[in-house]
Design a protein around this ligand. Structure first.
Ligand code: ANZ
Ligand code: ZN
Length: 824
């Protein structure tokens, strides 16, 4: 059988696309409202080496939808760029005694040419790199704008420190096992003055906004964000403390206040030092030094043995007036809530263990179910011992369910001035300073006379000083500090001697706003054009890995809300829908160097061609599932593509021939395929679209070989639909088919086939003929057959005639078009 040459077809169409530039988005069409917009975004890569199989998958999936939307007449913005600041470039520069830019921009060129080879429908006129001064100038500008709004500030506090990368990490960059998400080293704590973004300002809004996104974001992504933001409803309760100011605790269970038998303070909270008596001070300090070595994760672990130190003071339970001892412990965190907790051993397992370890009283305040065998009980139930028998109290909760007991307690505390209902978030402000070189410098000057001074906008960007090789070695403070000529400046406010801030920004800052910069990437007068943001925003579809479900998406949402409050945009959620694709694995395992099971994308493309690799990835599974490359058959894909291509050679009718007179059976298959593809594409079931295309190819082949033949206009119609469906997945062969079918210049500019509703109606239905309730025959009839015609057909059917066997038909019941019942 005839085959096409994969390589020369790829070369030919890359040239044509470069010339035609069919994927350039027209701003004016959208701004002027001439066309409806779709903003399709997929996560821009980090330029480490060439593209890998993961990129191949995500880009292939993303391209399906971008091309589909273009077919449907939308003006599609589908941009691409590089997230090009970051540690790998810096580490490579240290290793090779070069500048990080060398590694970065060489890799960008490599990836760019791979993306072009891969046939993606990006608008390359919008290409950007976050490490370009033209880009980071605006990252710095946004930092200053946020600072003006009070959304960026500096504070001293214990921060997560990666001893390997010698830099601080945001909470989000510490994995749940307490290690650095970049290098895997055990993260420790260090006291430092650092820059923060006030993400907590939007905690409630970031949380609430997820409800509306629940259906269009994969639920698990929305839930991951919800957990990270960690909203807790509860109360602040204020306890009097002998000889000191009162102490306030945060609790999610104010209803358990009667069961509070002690108070525990975070050992590293200043409050512990304030409260401790001289007698107990040495013990507290020794304990604290011990605890400093542990991570937050260890500290909160429920299976950790409970430790603590009595501070020598007592507090008073505001409901009963009972004296309770105040302790310091490590299972309370200094920076959550108030850093102080009311100890309720009956309701909280950690408190139970603490009480058991130190012989403190345990009182249940919620009645557990009769079959409950655990220790602390945190579930639903009615209040007991609230107050305990014989204890006097103005509040009585006994018999109330948890929710009612909570609100009754809050109302009472508010009345007696000992507390109030409140909401607490686990979300912390975003620590953005990094002590590394390859990032956007923080545009602040520190002046001994004026303090922190913003670099004037007209002096942006603050460019990185030229450092290379060993200059970049991490040493615990930023390498920028060693560039004295760069550091020493005159203060923009008073002109006196001052120093630049030597930290750079977390690279997540760069990627928090790149989708705005794509709107006008070459604008040197503003970060982005608000009119374009109004026209194009928000992003309609965002595809990326679920490793970014918490960090990147949350930060981008934060930036979007800040930009709204700066008056630069009117919408407040950046991504209307989000999908996270599965991973490409091999032999059931994640690809990794140590397992030696990596699949080299370049080699796959070399062997099977772009189309076959793309088709294999899209066809493999629903986008959100993992793909095991070991189970895939790119050879089979290539064979199918050759088969599809051969159709275009067998069509002998002229282009533009009306399909109206063509073979109806094939036309029905064609039109049903198109109609189904529309629904499937909108719901991202791209793999099923490929399956339907394969079926259409088979039906067309059959029509050519053993049906009406290649001259039938229905065959042309089918082949042209195949070309368009395939173009979303396998663009090279689709172009080749389109060309051979006599069309020019590119299938990317073709219109979507219109569906004839008449051809979607089922062509026949099966009617059952019964005699005395027993099925005797099945007839294929038109769905709109009349009762009389159906009766006549049934009575004439040979099987029916044989079964009636000359007897008199006494009764005929017809339920057209599906049933005829005869009584003889
Ligand atoms: C009394 C109580 C009784 C509690 C009970 C729970 C169950 P989330 O949901 O995570 O917000 N807590 C408060 N501040 C803390 C801190 N800094 N470090 C460690 N734990 C702290 O959890 C809030 C609950 O965690 C609070 O409610 C408090 O214990 C504890 F039957 O107060 B609870
Ligand atoms: Zn000054």
């Amino acid at each position: 059988a005839a085959t096409y040459d994969v390589r020369s077809v790829e070369q030919k169409w890359q040239r044509v696309w470069a010339e035609l530039d069919p994927f350039r988005a027209d701003d004016a069409a959208v701004v002027e409202g001439r066309r409806e917009k779709r903003y399709a975004l997929t996560m821009f890569p980090y330029p480490s080496g060439d593209l890998h199989m993961g990129h191949a998958e995500v880009f292939a999936l993303h391209d399906v939808l971008a091309r589909y939307w273009r077919f449907r007449g939308y003006e599609v913005l589908n941009p691409m760029g590089w997230d090009s600041f970051g540690l790998p470039a810096e580490n490579a520069a240290i290793r090779n005694d070069t500048h990080p830019a060398t590694y970065t921009y060489a890799n960008i060129e490599t990836q760019l040419s791979s993306m072009k080879h891969y046939g993606l429908s990006f608008d390359w006129s919008r290409r950007l790199h976050t490490s370009d001064p033209e880009y980071y100038r605006w990252t710095q500008w946004l930092f200053l704008k946020l600072r003006e709004q009070g959304l960026a500030y500096r504070k001293n506090s214990p921060v997560n420190w990666c001893p390997q990368d010698q830099t601080v990490l945001a909470n989000e960059q510490v994995l749940s096992d307490g290690t650095c998400e970049r290098c895997g080293a055990e993260v420790t704590k260090k006291e430092l003055t650092q820059w923060y973004f006030r993400t907590t300002h939007y905690a409630q809004e970031l949380y609430d906004g997820l409800d509306a996104l629940q259906d269009t974001w994969i639920g698990k992504v929305a839930n991951a964000q919800r957990n990270w933001i960690g909203r807790s409803e509860g109360a602040h309760v204020t306890f009097d403390v002998e000889g000191h100011d009162p102490v306030t605790v945060f609790t999610t269970r104010p209803d358990t206040l009667f069961g509070t038998t002690f108070m525990v303070i975070a050992v590293d909270a200043r409050l512990a030092e304030t409260l401790v008596t001289d007698e107990h001070r040495a013990e507290l300090e020794a304990y604290r030094d011990e605890v400093r070595k542990a991570t937050d994760i260890d500290r909160l672990a429920t299976d950790r043995a409970k430790t603590g130190v009595f501070l020598g003071v007592h507090a008073t339970n505001p409901l009963t007036g009972e004296r309770i001892p105040v302790w310091a412990t490590d299972y309370v965190l200094a920076d959550y809530g108030t850093g102080a907790v009311m100890g309720v051993p009956g309701g909280d397992q950690r408190d139970w263990e603490f009480a058991t370890a130190f012989d403190l009283p345990i009182v249940r305040t919620t009645e557990p179910p009769a079959d409950f065998e655990g220790e602390a009980y945190a579930g639903e139930g009615t209040a007991i011992n609230s107050p305990a028998p014989g204890v006097a109290s103005a509040l009585d909760l006994n018999g109330l369910p948890v929710a009612e007991a909570k609100s009754a307690t809050i109302a009472h505390l508010e009345q007696i001035g000992h507390g109030a209902g409140t909401i607490n978030f686990r979300l912390r402000d975003w620590l953005l300073s990094r002590q590394r070189y390859w990032g956007a410098p923080i545009p602040i000057v520190h002046c001994p006379a004026c303090g922190e001074v913003a670099v004037p906008e007209s002096e942006l960007p603050v460019r990185l000083p030229e450092l290379r090789g060993a200059d970049l070695k991490p040493r615990g403070t930023s390498p920028l500090g060693a560039a004295r000529e760069w550091v020493e400046v005159s203060c923009p406010a008073c002109g006196g001697p001052a120093e630049r801030d030597t930290d750079t920004m977390d690279t997540f800052v760069d990627s928090s706003w790149y989708f705005f910069r794509f709107l006008s990437p070459n604008d040197d007068t503003q970060a982005f054009d608000p009119a374009l943001a109004e026209a194009w925003g928000p992003v309609d579809f965002y595809l990326g890995g679920d490793e970014h479900a918490v960090l990147h998406l949350l930060y981008a949402r934060f930036f979007t809300k800040a930009l709204r409050d700066l008056g630069l945009i009117t919408w407040d959620e950046p991504f209307s829908s989000y999908l996270s694709q599965g991973k490409v694995i091999n032999n059931g395992r994640k690809m990794s160097k140590s397992l030696g099971n990596g699949i080299d994308l370049g080699a796959q493309l070399e062997q099977f061609g772009v189309d076959a690799v793309r088709l294999t990835l899209v066809f493999a599974s629903p986008p959100e599932d993992n793909i095991d490359w070991a189970d895939m058959s790119p050879t089979g894909s290539l064979r199918f593509l050759q088969r599809a291509w051969r159709l275009s050679g067998d069509v002998t009718s002229a282009p533009g021939t009306d399909a109206g007179g063509g073979d109806v059976a094939l036309r029905r298959v064609t039109h049903r395929t198109v109609a189904e593809a529309e629904t499937l594409l909108e719901s991202h079931r791209f793999n099923v679209v490929v399956a339907r295309t394969m079926e259409l190819v088979n039906a067309t082949r059959k029509a050519i070989d053993s049906g009406p033949g290649g001259a039938d206009p229905a065959v042309r119609e089918a082949a042209e639909v195949v070309a368009r469906l395939l173009s979303m997945v396998a663009p090279y062969v689709a172009e080749e088919m389109w060309d051979r079918l006599g069309h020019a210049p590119s299938v990317a500019q073709a219109a979507w086939p219109s569906v004839d509703p008449a051809l979607l109606v089922a062509e026949s239905v099966t009617a059952v003929v019964q005699i005395q309730g027993k099925v005797r025959a099945r007839l294929e009839v038109a769905p709109d057959i009349s009762a009389a015609d159906l009766e006549a057909l049934a009575l004439a059917d040979p099987a029916v005639v044989a079964a009636v066997d000359g007897r008199e038909v006494r009764k005929v019941v017809v339920r057209e078009p599906k049933l005829v019942n005869l009584v003889v």
